[in-house]
Design a protein around this ligand. Sequence first.
Ligand code: ADP
Length: 403
Amino acid sequence: MKVLVINCGSSSLKYQLFDMTNEHVLVKGLVERIGLEGSILSQKNGEDKYEIKVDIPDHTKAISLVTAALVDPQHGVIKSMDEISAIGHRVVHGAEDFSGSVVINPEVMKSLNENIELAPLHNPPNIMGIQACQKIMPNVLQVGVFDTAFHQTMPPHAYHYGIPYEYYKKYKMRKYGFHGTSHQYVAERAAAMLGKPIDQIKVITCHLGNGASLAAIKYGKSIDTSMGYTPLEGVMMGTRSGDLDPAVVCMLMKKENWNIEQVDNFLNKQSGVLGVSGVSSDFRDIENAAIEDSNVRAQLALDRFAYVVKKYIGSYMAVLNGADAVVFTAGLGENSSSMRAKICEDMEFFGINIDKDKNFTRGVEVDVSTNDSKTRVLVIPTNEELMIARDTNKLMKTGKQSL
Ligand code: ADP
């Protein structure tokens, strides 16, 4: 039973083909520069690397090239597309319509289109990917897996903003949260590592990559998360500001005479550790600049990032009334021992104690806390694609419409 997982961006498309009998990845690939000059498909199957450089004007062409690469006699991994039982799509925003993964049908497509306004950059390419697959593989079951779905269990007092209630009704303005597939995956792995059922543990998951968010997960359910109505809320990120006084936005528009697009670009693309450091949005560059060049602003960006993540951990400790584990995942969380150490510094009050030697690790599942640390500190590489494949497989097997 093989499941194809697709993650469509505006000009890129990532894919992985899973054999669900053993959850092995048969092949992974990436289509880049869709609709631009120099488009390319690159596919990797162990040592075998395959590239197709042709004009790829749209997502339909990209999908048709993916299918050609998958069945390619020399570089492919299947003989015919009939071997693919289902396709799982990553969809960023499901709003309040989806609290789990769903089989895609016309009604679902209607909801996705209605939610474009909530995720104007992400949902349109997700929809294009689904439509391209429907066109090229009309008989294959397709499933949508939403970044927001896992957080739909948040209670109203966590997801409402302090604005007049009618705007929640009128524009669906509330906290939704993102990275849900990742938070859910690492929470499940944390339960396995702790040797306890997920419905008996409380965890704080820290997805720290270019985009970053934390979640408070009680007995397997998300009860709060740092990203909000959009991914802009929460901790400071690579290029996003994260939380700030909304009055700053009004004042910037007034002083700089900026329109909505300009201020949106400023907060999403020019802020975060990039804006603070003036060096880069990549934490590796910033760590290098801070250490090798003694760059003061680079150090400030690192200090502020760690401080804000620490504050969220503290607030979720309060929300959960203590946690069994704090989990670090995604590019920075999985790889940067110095950032993990900095975040967890002076948190003994919360029972958080990192073991310096164990913490010197990257990219593998490991408990990095001291033996007597009441709260375990876990490093768990995320695997959103596997979660998507699992949900797709489940829906296909059960024949249900949604999870
Ligand atoms: P996204 O999926 O949001 O683009 P990732 O989860 O891939 O982000 O994380 C990317 C970030 O992880 C990069 O910006 C980089 O700063 C950080 N990162 C990756 N490896 C390391 C490392 N060894 N040390 C420090 N930071 C790292």
